[in-house]
Design a protein around this ligand. Structure first.
Ligand SMILES: [Zn+2]
Length: 81
């Protein structure tokens, strides 16, 4: 199964806590290998939990680069992820 960045972010806290099931974990692992955005989000989230206000708004950790943030905004707006 191919998953998109939004899907990864929805589950990233559970992923870090080891609470996702094996198949989802494998999908996230595969995504992280090829996605620099989610790799950066994961690195940041290990220390600062991303607050999910709803399924489209993410409070990114302090220190997150504006350029990366802007890129994520574009990803969120892109149809189909
Ligand atoms: Zn991603």
């Amino acid at each position: 199964m191919r998953i998109d960045c939004k899907h990864v972010w929805e589950h990233i806290s559970a992923y870090i806590d080891g609470e996702v099931d094996a198949s989802l974990r494998a999908d996230i692992d595969r995504h992280l290998e090829t996605c620099e955005i989610c790799s950066a989000v994961l690195d940041s989230t290990r220390n600062v939990v991303i607050l999910v206000a709803d399924d489209r708004v993410f409070e990114l950790p302090a220190g997150f680069s504006e350029r990366l943030h802007a890129r994520i905004d574009r990803e969120l707006e892109a149809p189909g992820g």
